[in-house]
Design a protein around this ligand. Structure first.
Ligand code: 3H9
Length: 689
């Protein structure tokens, strides 16, 4: 094993290299020799300056997250930084790849930071439910000013080397030869002969901070935090950097960090960090399975879904052949795509030049023969088995032998569709979520005959276009929509029995969902479900009645709620309340008061139960995969870690007991507890944990 920390010399300049693959996290076996090396070099009169750099693909990407939740072994990061700050010769962090979290904090302990032009620098701790706990909230404002620091810390989004340079976070940026240039930079500082100033002692960017403006900015951020503690703690700590002496502010940052790291929200968010990486590892798909190259994608259908999927690929650098039935539909689809890009240009997130390049990456066509050279073809046409089979029957004859065919169906049997082609091994489902160019989740549906190569290819292009892929098996609605179905089964009954839409929605938003189920109905459009129900001979007493009155949701200004013209704010409607009462009366239901707990038990508990049935059937490989689906596709609050993680917090025993109660009362299958849930209630964990 190579040494985690080595010291080399370029004349009077010492170079400390950290080597802890894959991301140079500051694990205990790095901290200890690093601390020692810095102390030794500090006391070595032959050393005039110290450069800290990293081997491998990146500078330090943070503390070692796997050590959180266990007793921290000494020395801690803050001890190392404190030692660094006792060095009175120039110290220079040479940053390539990403300097994140504790990695950037280590760099902030140096007098200077120099970066490779492609490097990114950030404090993403907030995404793990934390605040930077190695002095980042106290030192960063001293370099870039409090308002910029607050933005960087609360968003958790890293900045480019160029931005770091212009804000004062970096002192120099180099296009190549980072370490050699860092040594040159250090030599120059030595030659200048000034005693370098530690970041902790710099106050120039802090004096004159407009505290009222800062508080306003922090209040705006607090509004968006939606129950998450970490963003508020970040803001509090940056404020302390302005108002308190350095050491006092640092001690308070430490207290805030200790509280967050021990809390459920950070546990949940750390779980999601590892769950996302775990989801990319599919049983049976090892490194020996090589993904195929996907150089061009064909997409059939330029409507909302097809257009969104096409944009996702083009944004990820893969050109698209976009097919529609006729020229008008094609032009409409392209116009929508262009409009979407224009919005990005007007917001400043895309340049005119980049927009032009992206538009040029679409090859529009109405001729199936133009799909012949595609490596992957995805259909996003009408959700109808016969239509899909016809499309794939045609495609199968046109595309090359190795081309992967994929359906974007939300519910239909992928195996049956695959059977309509001569290549079921090169067939899979790609369930994108609308808007497909924005939503991160991609359910990759593995058919019984999908080959490992096809699956590995799907995982590879999913990551290339910035999606979070989760491999799922074939069943009605796969993981997400199947559990959504279980969550929604009792919502109408709750209305009929006495709850109001706004009461139910409030239980959901209080939980941390961005919106409740009825707000979602109105947003998605009630007519979609109505059409599906009619096709399947099903009914929904309240939703059907609303649709019969032309109340389709936001798009018609009225659904379960009322919407004033141009507004998306739902306003409770007495007419809907009367309709619910009337329907309850005709069904012979005496309405009663319904508690928030009952709403949770009859919506979220069945959803958890369905999740365990999905695991029993092997539709999802792990409970954490289900969490990734729900957090990235359906707005499940990140601070609760996804439905299956949350179930552990809530208590499997409690969930089982209430499901059994509702099952006894109603005999409904949705409440029938799974064997896995019963076992979890006994052991305290789901079987794959
Ligand atoms: C912090 O610093 C707190 C301090 O303020 C205070 C301390 C007192 N630790 O993502 P990848 C693993 S909090 C342990 O697939 P990429 C990861 O699980 C930290 N492990 O690679 C995976 O393992 P496996 C703040 C880590 O190239 C492997 O490395 N920092 C850590 O797509 C490869 O990861 C962050 O939040 C870690 N810190 O992306 C940064 N990081 O192969 C977190 C990664 O077994 N990291 N692993 O599945 C990242 O954002 C990305 O990993 C990075 C590379 C962008 C660096």
């Amino acid at each position: 094993m190579t040494e985690a920390v080595t010291v080399t010399r370029e004349g009077e300049i010492a170079i400390v290299t950290i080597d802890n693959p894959p991301v140079n996290a500051l694990s205990f076996h790095v901290r200890q020799p690093l601390q020692q090396a810095i102390a030794t070099l500090r006391d070595d009169a032959a050393v005039a300056a110290i450069v800290i750099t990293c081997a491998g693909r990146t500078f330090v990407a943070g503390a070692d997250i796997t050590e959180f939740g266990k007793p921290m072994q000494q020395p801690e990061l803050r001890d190392i930084i404190a030692t660094l700050e006792t060095v009175d010769k120039p110290t220079v962090a040479a940053i390539h790849g990403t300097a994140l979290g504790g990695g950037l904090e280590l760099a902030l302990g140096c007098h200077f930071r120099v970066a490779d032009a492609k490097a990114r620098l950030g404090l993403p701790e907030v995404k793990l439910g934390l605040l930077p706990g190695g002095g980042g909230t106290i030192r960063l404002p001293r370099l870039v000013g409090a308002e910029k620091a607050l933005k960087l810390i609360v968003s958790g989004v890293p900045v480019s080397a160029g931005e770091a340079l212009s804000s004062g976070l970096a002192d120099a940026v180099f296009d190549a030869d980072l370490v050699a240039n860092a040594v040159g930079f250090a030599r120059k500082k030595v030659a200048e002969g000034h005693k370098p100033i530690a970041v902790r002692d710099r106050t120039d960017r802090l004096t004159g901070t407009d505290l009222a403006a800062f508080d306003n900015q922090a209040a705006e951020l607090a509004k968006k935090a939606r129950g998450l503690e970490a963003p508020l703690a970040c803001a509090q700590s940056v404020r302390n950097a302005i108002t308190l002496p350095f050491d006092e502010a640092l001690a308070k940052e430490r207290e805030l960090f200790a509280k967050l790291v021990a809390g459920d929200q950070s546990r949940a968010q750390r779980h999601l960090f590892f769950a996302e990486r775990e989801a990319a590892k599919v049983p049976g798909i090892g490194k020996e399975v090589q993904p195929r190259t996907v150089a061009r994608v064909g997409i059939i259908g330029a409507g909302t879904m097809g257009g969104g999927i096409a944009m996702a690929f083009v944004n990820g650098g893969i050109p698209v052949t976009l097919l529609e039935m006729n020229r008008e539909a094609l032009d409409r689809g392209l116009a929508t795509i262009e409009k979407n890009y224009s919005i990005s240009v007007s917001r400043g997130s895309l340049s005119e030049d980049a927009k032009a390049k992206r538009m040029a990456a679409f090859k529009p066509t109405t001729d199936y023969a133009d799909l012949a050279d595609c490596d992957l073809v995805i259909e996003a046409v009408f959700e109808d088995m016969a239509v899909k089979k016809e499309v794939f029957g045609k495609l199968d004859k046109i595309v090359k032998p190795g081309t992967i065919l994929a359906t974007n169906t939300s519910y239909l049997d992928v195996n049956e569709i695959a059977g309509s082609t001569s290549r079921p091994e090169n067939f899979l489902g790609l369930h994108f979520f609308s808007p497909a160019n924005v939503m991160k989740l991609l359910e990759i549906v593995r058919g019984t005959r999908t080959s490992p190569e096809a699956l590995a290819t799907a995982l590879a292009f999913a990551r290339k276009i910035g999606k979070v892929p989760v491999v799922v098996g074939v069943c009605h609605g796969f993981v997400g929509n199947r559990m959504l179905g279980a969550r929604g089964q009792e919502t109408e009954n709750l209305l009929l029995e006495g709850a109001s839409p706004q009461q139910i929605d409030k239980v959901f938003t209080d939980f941390g969902w961005p919106m409740g189920p009825f707000q979602m109905w109105d947003l998605a459009g009630l007519d979609i479900g109505w059409r599906n129900r009619k096709a399947q001979g099903k009914t929904a007493v309240i939703a059907d009645a609303l649709c019969e009155q032309g109340r389709f949701g936001q798009k018609t200004g009225r659904g379960i709620y009322l919407y004033e013209s141009g507004s998306r704010t739902p306003v409770p409607d007495p007419e809907v309340a009367a309709l619910i009462e009337e329907k309850a009366k005709s069904a012979g239901i005496t309405r009663r008061s319904i508690s928030a707990d009952e709403i949770t038990e009859r919506t979220l508990y069945p959803m958890i139960n369905e999740g365990t049935k999905i695991l029993e059937e092997g539709i999802a490989a792990r409970a954490s995969d289900i969490d990734i689906v729900w957090v990235n596709g359906y707005g499940f609050p990140v601070g609760k870690g996804g439905p299956m993680f949350w179930a552990g917090l809530e208590g499997f025993g409690k969930i089982l007991e209430r499901l059994e109660y509702w099952h006894r009362r109603t005999s409904k299958d949705v409440f029938r507890p799974s064997e896995m849930l019963k076992k979890a209630a006994r052991t305290g964990k789901l079987s794959d944990d």
